[in-house]
Write a protein that binds this ligand. Structure first.
Ligand SMILES: Cc1cc2nc3c(=O)[nH]c(=O)nc-3n(C[C@H](O)[C@H](O)[C@H](O)COP(=O)(O)OP(=O)(O)OC[C@H]3O[C@@H](n4cnc5c(N)ncnc54)[C@H](O)[C@@H]3O)c2cc1C
Length: 443
C-alpha cells in the first residue's frame, strides 16, 4: 500500500464490537492513523452472554484475537427447543457437524471476553488510539474531508475533528446516521419492535441445589422455551461457571426510555409475572435471579436505509442494520462489516476522496443486501418462535413433529442446515477480495 494511503486519517465512532473490529482490521491492513471515539468511559455494557457463530469466528481468527476470546468459551453441540408451558421437547438438533462444515464450532461466551479480546488486539496496534468519554455530537461535513464535533466528558469543550474517512459504528442510536439521513432528506427514525428482553446471569453457586438446572449448566446446549408472544433462551458461558438467560416478550412493562447504555434495571416480580404460566423449571430458573440483577433491554429496529454511504462517511453495525437477537447474528454482522471495510480500503488505488467514496460503495454493495436479509430473517424467526395460535402455529408445530422423525427444516432457523450454509458458509472477506476491482471500476 502506498504511503499516502497508509497515512490516511480514519476516524471511527463507537468502541462496540463493530467499531473495535473495524479499527483492528484497518490496522492489520496497514493503516497507521486510526482514531476511535467512544462516548462511554469504558467498553460499556458487557454483562451478558453472546452466541459467537462461525462467520464471526472466521473474521476474528483472521485478525488474531479469536483464540484469546474463546479461552473460556463453550462449544455448542446441540440445541433443544421446548414448550415453555410444559418443558416438553419440540425439537432437538445436533450441532456437532458445524465445526467440520464451517471450520469453526458454534460457540457461546461472555460479552466481556469478546469485547476485551477485540480491544486487547487493538491495544497491540500502535496505529490505533481509542478516546473514551468522548462523544460525537454532530457531523459537520461528509466530504471531501469529513469533519465532526466531539465533546470530551472532562472538559465539555466541543472539539472539531477532521479526518479523511469517517466510519460510524455508534450503534442503534447513531448520531451519524441521523445527520447523514437528514442531509440526504431521508427518514432515519428508529422504530420500537414492541419487544423487550430480560437478561440475567446465574452463577454456578446459585444453581448448586437444583440438579436439573445444574445439568443445563454442565451441558453444551442452547435451550429455548417458547410460548405465546414470549420465549426464553439460555446457555452456559464463562467455562460453564455462569448460566446466561435472555428472554423476549412484549414491551408491556417497560416504563422509561432506555438509558444511554440501552439498558435499564428490570423488575424481578414483573419478569416472573411475564413467565408465570411457564413450566416449573423455567420458574425456578428465573426465581434464582438475585433481586436488583435483572436487566431489561428495549429491542429496537429501523427500516432498511436508502444508503449507508455519503461522501467519505460510512455506517456499519447496528448504526445501519440493527438486528433482533433471534438469529444470534447482530454482532456477527457488525464484525463482517468491519472485515469488509478492511478489505476495500486496503485496495484503494489512491487517496482521492472520489476513490474513497467508490471503495465505501463497494463495501455497501458486498454488505447491505446480506445484512438486511438477516435482519428480516431474525425478525421472522422471533415471530415464528412466539406464535400464539392459528394456521402458522399449526404449520410450525407440524415441522417440529417432522423434525422428531428426522425430516424437514428446523423451525428455529439458526439451527436449520440450509440457513446455516447461507449464514455461516459466507466468506465476506473472500467475496470482497474477489469482487473489489470489478465493482470499483464499475462505480
Ligand atoms: C438481547 C440481545 C441479545 C443479542 N445476542 C446476540 C448474539 O447472541 N450474537 C450476536 O452476534 N449478536 C447478538 N446481539 C446483537 C449485538 O449485541 C449487536 O448487534 C452488536 O452489539 C452491535 O454492535 P455495534 O458495534 O454495531 O453497536 P454497539 O454495540 O451498540 O456499539 C456502539 C458503541 O457506540 C458508542 N456510541 C454511541 N453513540 C456515540 C457517540 N455519539 N459518540 C461516541 N460513541 C458513541 C456506544 O457507547 C457503544 O459503545 C444481541 C442483541 C441483543 C439486544
Amino acid at each position: 500500500m502506498a504511503s499516502e494511503i497508509h497515512s490516511l486519517k480514519i476516524a471511527i465512532i463507537g468502541a462496540g464490537m463493530g467499531g473495535l473490529t473495524t479499527a483492528l482490521a484497518l490496522a492489520k491492513a496497514g493503516f497507521q492513523n486510526i482514531e476511535v471515539y467512544e462516548a462511554a468511559s469504558n467498553l460499556g455494557f458487557v454483562g451478558a452472554g453472546i452466541q459467537m457463530a462461525p462467520n464471526m469466528a472466521k473474521v476474528l481468527d483472521h485478525l488474531g484475537v479469536w483464540q484469546d476470546i474463546v479461552k473460556d468459551g463453550v462449544v455448542i453441540k446441540e440445541t433443544s427447543i421446548r414448550k415453555g408451558s410444559t418443558n416438553e421437547e419440540l425439537g432437538h438438533v445436533s450441532l456437532e457437524h458445524i465445526e467440520s462444515a464451517f471450520n469453526y464450532p458454534h460457540m457461546v461466551g461472555h460479552r466481556t471476553h469478546l469485547a476485551n479480546g477485540i480491544y486487547n488486539g487493538c491495544k497491540n496496534e500502535k496505529a490505533i488510539k481509542v478516546f473514551f468519554s468522548t462523544a460525537l455530537d454532530s457531523v459537520q461535513s461528509f466530504g471531501p474531508k469529513p469533519s465532526f464535533i466531539v465533546i470530551p466528558r472532562d472538559t465539555k469543550v466541543p472539539v472539531k475533528v477532521e479526518a479523511d474517512i469517517l466510519l460510524a459504528a455508534d450503534g442503534i442510536k447513531s448520531n451519524v446516521r441521523l445527520d447523514m439521513l437528514h442531509e440526504l432528506k431521508a427518514d432515519a427514525e428508529v422504530e420500537d419492535s414492541g419487544q423487550a428482553a430480560y437478561r440475567v446471569l446465574l452463577k454456578r453457586e446459585d444453581l448448586q441445589k437444583d440438579p436439573e438446572l445444574l445439568e443445563l449448566l454442565d451441558s453444551n446446549q442452547v435451550t429455548r422455551w417458547i410460548g405465546s408472544r414470549r420465549h426464553i433462551i439460555a446457555y452456559p458461558v464463562a467455562g460453564k461457571t455462569i448460566y446466561n438467560i435472555s428472554t423476549a416478550q412484549p414491551d408491556d412493562n417497560f416504563a422509561a426510555a432506555p438509558s444511554a447504555t440501552y439498558t435499564t434495571k428490570g423488575s424481578k416480580p414483573a419478569m416472573l409475572s411475564v413467565f408465570e404460566d411457564f413450566c416449573p423449571l423455567a420458574q425456578r430458573m428465573l426465581n434464582l435471579v438475585p433481586d436488583g440483577e435483572v436487566c431489561e433491554w428495549k429491542l429496537r429496529v429501523h427500516a432498511p436505509l436508502p444508503t449507508w454511504i455519503h461522501g467519505s462517511v460510512a455506517l456499519l453495525g447496528d448504526a445501519c442494520h440493527p438486528t433482533l437477537p433471534h438469529l444470534n447474528q447482530g454482532a456477527a454482522q457488525a464484525i463482517e462489516d468491519a472485515a469488509v471495510l478492511g478489505v476495500v480500503l486496503a485496495r484503494l488505488p489512491d487517496a482521492k476522496p472520489e476513490s474513497i467514496n467508490k471503495a465505501l460503495r463497494v463495501y455497501e454493495g458486498v454488505r447491505k443486501e446480506r445484512a438486511e436479509k438477516l435482519v428480516a430473517m431474525a425478525a421472522a424467526n422471533g415471530k415464528a418462535m412466539q406464535l400464539s395460535s392459528g394456521a402458522e402455529q399449526e404449520e410450525r408445530d407440524k415441522q417440529f413433529a417432522a423434525l422428531k422423525a428426522g425430516k424437514g427444516p428446523v423451525p428455529d432457523k439458526w439451527a436449520d442446515g440450509d440457513v446455516q450454509k447461507m449464514i455461516f458458509g459466507f466468506d465476506c472477506v473472500k467475496v470482497a477480495e474477489d469482487t473489489f476491482q470489478q465493482s470499483f471500476d464499475a462505480m
